[in-house]
Design a protein around this ligand. Structure first.
Ligand SMILES: [Zn+2]
Length: 206
């Protein structure tokens, strides 16, 4: 048996999911770490998983690869190492690396939350920049236009990081945004504006 086969024979998807911090119900359902899942829609079977929400599917190696952003081979090595399979073969550095967040799911939820807030704010700023642009040079600038000009680049930059950067950078960014209260403040503000009818005029898709 090669590494892939021995890992798949030894570890069920459910065992891996539980080992890496997901809460799995008796029916094998859990909240999906691959999309913003509020109710468990990921079904964990012995040898494969399937998400009724986002369609994510695969075997235990695919699962771990996706969870930690590893290649299939690294994921197989990580599983082998974490579950004590084939201890003779030394695992690669990537497979040995402990996840920055012990609870991968918690991180994904937090990240998706940050993405949603940044995205909402970004759309709002884009709209303000057009809607409240001055019509003549001597017009007093609207606060919303000023804010849009000042903030757009930074928010766009942060949204890009969460969408495209390496896992490690994303973890640091999410950490910073949550710890310094940026996300919380933005969310409060967006909620307030939403109630006043100045945000969310049309549903936006990021
Ligand atoms: Zn899903």
């Amino acid at each position: 048996m090669n590494l892939f086969e021995s890992v798949k024979a030894a570890v069920t998807v459910r065992q891996a999911a539980e080992h890496y911090g997901l809460e799995v119900g008796r029916n094998g359902m859990t909240r999906c770490p691959f999309h913003d899942d509020r109710h468990p829609s990921l079904k964990l079977n012995e040898s494969y998983f399937y998400c009724f929400g986002c369609g994510a599917t695969g075997d235990v190696i695919d699962f771990v690869a996706r969870l930690f952003g590893l290649s299939s081979y690294e994921a197989a090595q990580k599983l082998a190492y974490d579950f004590g399979i084939d201890p003779d073969k030394p695992p690669t550095a990537a497979a040995l690396e402990k996840p920055k967040y012990p609870l991968a799911r918690a991180f994904r939820q937090e990240e998706l939350h940050c993405q949603r807030v940044l995205c909402d704010y970004l759309h709002l700023l884009e709209r303000w920049k057009v809607q409240y642009a001055p019509n003549s040079p001597d017009e007093v600038l609207d606060d919303r236009f000023v804010e849009a000009c000042q903030m757009l680049d930074r928010i766009e930059y942060l949204a890009d990081i969460l969408a495209f950067a390496e896992l490690e950078v994303r973890v640091k960014t999410v950490d910073m945004l949550c710890k310094d209260g940026t996300i919380e403040r933005l969310e409060e503000r967006l909620n307030r504006l939403g109630k006043e009818g100045d945000a969310h005029e049309e549903p936006e898709i990021c």
